[in-house]
Design a protein around this ligand. Structure first.
Ligand SMILES: CC(C)(COP(=O)(O)OP(=O)(O)OC[C@H]1O[C@@H](n2cnc3c(N)ncnc32)[C@H](O)[C@@H]1OP(=O)(O)O)[C@@H](O)C(=O)NCCC(=O)NCCS
Length: 161
């Protein structure tokens, strides 16, 4: 069974474990790096401040075990932005990513946002497939053509279905 729940600063230890695992396994999915969150960056205050600053952080449990996460910012100009979506490799292909995206979109609607946006690496086909399935449209490249990290913007209208 998949359960998606909201977490906050007091859940920083659980968040730390998930996020360090994600940063190590799929660094391309995050704007920050494992280095920033290791060593001197790996302190309670740093984790708490992050969770305090991000409007919505969701964790997904699969059969009672935390396996995935997503961060959502906004609403800003009627938009929410989804970032740092990650599901542990052993839990992929079971609907966890879809459940996280769905919960983020529900929150955006509750906040009165009109659109959800995200950025994805061009070669990240698993993520692009998931976003398409969740109703996101490809809005094209977001960086200069000589940038080594080619990303695409995807957006989804949040009007009620
Ligand atoms: C991208 C990512 C989040 C997808 O998570 P996921 O939990 O595997 O996503 P889902 O299970 O909801 O969907 C993935 C596939 O499983 C299939 N699926 C969904 N529910 C399923 C179920 N109950 N049983 C079997 N397969 C299922 C879906 O059809 C989908 O296949 P498709 O893409 O061919 O349509 C995950 O691969 C990941 O963490 N990747 C590394 C980090 C990353 O790239 N993040 C995105 C950065 S933009």
């Amino acid at each position: 069974m998949i359960v998606v729940r909201r977490i906050g600063p007091d859940d920083w230890q659980e968040w730390r474990v998930l996020r360090l695992a994600g940063l190590a396994e799929a660094p391309y999915a995050f704007r920050s790096t494992l280095e920033e969150w290791s060593g001197t960056g790996d302190i309670e205050e740093h984790w708490r401040t992050w969770l305090d600053d991000i409007p919505l952080t969701l964790v997904a449990d699969l059969d009672g075990r935390p396996v995935g996460m997503v961060c959502v910012t906004g609403p800003d100009s009627c938009e929410i932005e989804l970032a740092a979506i990650w599901v542990a490799p052993g839990a992929r292909g079971k609907g966890v990513g879809g459940a996280l995206v769905e919960a983020a979109l529900d929150w955006g609607r509750d906040q009165g946002a009109e659109r959800a946006v995200l950025e994805v690496l061009e070669e990240n086909l698993a993520a692009i497939d998931l976003y398409r399935r969740m109703g996101f449209m490809d809005r094209g490249p977001t960086r200069a053509s000589d940038d080594p990290y080619q990303t695409r913007a995807m957006t989804r209208d949040l009007a009620p279905d």
